[in-house]
Design a protein around this ligand. Structure first.
Ligand code: ADP
Length: 202
């Protein structure tokens, strides 16, 4: 892994958060999950949360006009390497990120079949404090920060199917963008988190 500017793309529940956090920690990269950032804003009732709520509740993506300035600001504040989980999700987002950088980011694309994604969301939990991903049966508290583990509202089935449709419509073209620029690595996301991580590290 030579680049220290990394973006993780993949369908909902493909393991971006689990793998992205682990890789960022290992490589000592700053880490931002845009999904976690939005859910926190919702919970805290901030201006961003107020704007994003209707989209998140319908399982739709938040418009580029809201996402792009927010993420570019964060990237601009980083003095060393970073990893983005959940951004870019559209071609305009990918182009906006490229336009900011001299060293263009490399993309890791997690590939997981739809049936497996549906199985995973059915038992997925998230820590309301640190946003670590967990599974039913791991207990009621986060093993890292002791925050409450809860199902995500947007994992309810109608919302999940919408996110899957949004993934096909908007993210697949962004995946092609990175492939066309020879900056994409497609990783098989099936198997245990450790098995997938071994492939992610390459
Ligand atoms: P998942 O990948 O499981 O759908 P995330 O936590 O990455 O979950 O994102 C949750 C939701 O947050 C998305 O469905 C979308 O509505 C919104 N979101 C996150 N990142 C972006 C982005 N870059 N552009 C638009 N919407 C986003």
């Amino acid at each position: 892994m030579s680049s220290r500017h990394l973006v993780f793309l993949g369908p909902p529940a493909s393991g971006k958060g689990t793998q992205g956090r682990r890789l960022a920690k290992d490589l000592n990269l700053a880490y931002l999950s845009t999904g976690a950032l939005l859910r926190r804003a919702l919970r805290d009732g901030t201006e961003l949360g107020r704007k994003a709520r209707p989209f998140l509740e319908r399982g739709e993506y938040v418009p580029d006009e809201i996402m792009v300035p927010m993420v570019l600001e964060w990237v601009g504040e980083q003095s060393d390497g970073w990893l983005l989980d959940g951004f870019p999700r559209t071609v305009p987002q990918a182009e906006a990120l490229d336009s900011l950088l001299e060293v263009k980011p490399a993309a890791i694309i997690l590939h997981v079949p739809d049936d497996e994604l549906r199985r995973r969301v059915a038992c997925r939990l998230e820590c309301v404090e640190c946003h670590r991903v967990a599974r039913e049966g791991e207990g009621a508290q986060c093993p890292e920060c002791q925050g409450d583990l809860e199902p995500r509202a947007d994992d309810a089935s109608a919302s999940f199917e919408n996110r899957l449709a949004e993934y096909r419509r908007l993210v697949i073209p962004a995946v092609s963008y990175y492939c066309d620029h020879q900056r994409a690595r497609i990783v098989n996301g099936m198997g245990s988190p450790d098995e997938v991580y071994a492939r992610v590290k390459g």
